[in-house]
Ligand binder design. Structure first.
Ligand SMILES: C[S@@+](CC[C@H](N)C(=O)[O-])C[C@H]1O[C@@H](n2cnc3c(N)ncnc32)[C@H](O)[C@@H]1O
Length: 214
């Protein structure tokens, strides 16, 4: 086994969050990042319609389904297949595809989400300009998605990475939401450049704000 792979595996196996995830039956340690964001920002409550973009292997969806306790709806989307999770409806495909958006609209049945959560990231190449551009494209697609699918007053949790695109993300969110907070949950590895934006109070009743930032 290559040295780099071995050290990742050692780090993974020695990670307290990984052990805790196994103990609590979560499919990923990422569940604890969402739990910590939820504790801080009071994101989830029973009765909500929650959309999880890029959900596989399913830690975030599991956390939300447990929190809603059967009262509410969780819809998870991913290009990869996902093993069933009780209380979660799964749509397989790219969230940008028109067919996926249509089957998603059928599931929503004319309603809009109370909260959209996204833990997606582009494949990091290490080439800074390329990664920034891909991240910016991904974020733009998420904005198109929430314009169509997040209710006025609803909330967004989205993963970002330090850099120019992250500043752009924050700036755009500030135009579209009442409040925007940048969070680095304890379960997010210190050396990772990832952070999360928690944007509350979607302002875009008539799409006007979106026209201004396009
Ligand atoms: C970091 S993982 C999510 C982990 C998840 N939050 C958890 O707790 O288990 C990101 C996921 O986003 C998915 N993804 C990336 N781009 C996507 C797209 N355009 N449409 C749907 N899923 C996408 C990937 O397949 C990957 O499974």
């Amino acid at each position: 086994m290559a040295k780099k792979k071995k050290s990742w595996l050692n780090q993974h196996l020695n990670d307290g969050w990984v052990r805790e995830a196994v103990k609590q039956g979560y499919r990923s340690r990422a569940a604890f990042k969402l739990e910590q964001l939820d504790k801080q920002d009071k994101l989830f409550k029973r009765g909500q319609l929650v959309v999880d973009l890029g959900a596989v292997p399913g830690g975030w969806s599991q956390y939300v389904a447990r929190k809603l306790q059967g009262a509410g709806t969780v819809i998870a989307i991913d290009i990869l297949p996902m093993a069933d999770i009780s209380g979660v409806e799964f749509v397989k495909g790219d969230f940008n595809d028109i067919e996926i958006q249509n089957s998603f609209a059928d599931l929503l049945n004319q309603t809009k989400a109370d909260i959209v959560i996204s833990d997606m990231a582009p494949n990091i190449s290490g080439v800074r300009d390329k990664d920034e551009a891909e991240f910016s494209d991904l974020f733009h697609s998420i904005l198109v998605f929430i314009r169509n699918n997040l209710r006025p007053g609803g909330n967004l949790v989205v993963k970002g990475f330090e850099g120019v695109a992250a500043a752009e993300l924050r700036h755009k969110c500030k135009r579209l939401f009442q409040t925007v907070r940048v969070r680095k949950p304890e379960a997010s590895r210190d050396k990772s450049r990832e952070h999360y934006l928690v944007a509350k109070g979607h302002l875009a009743q008539y799409g006007k704000q979106y026209d201004e930032i396009d």
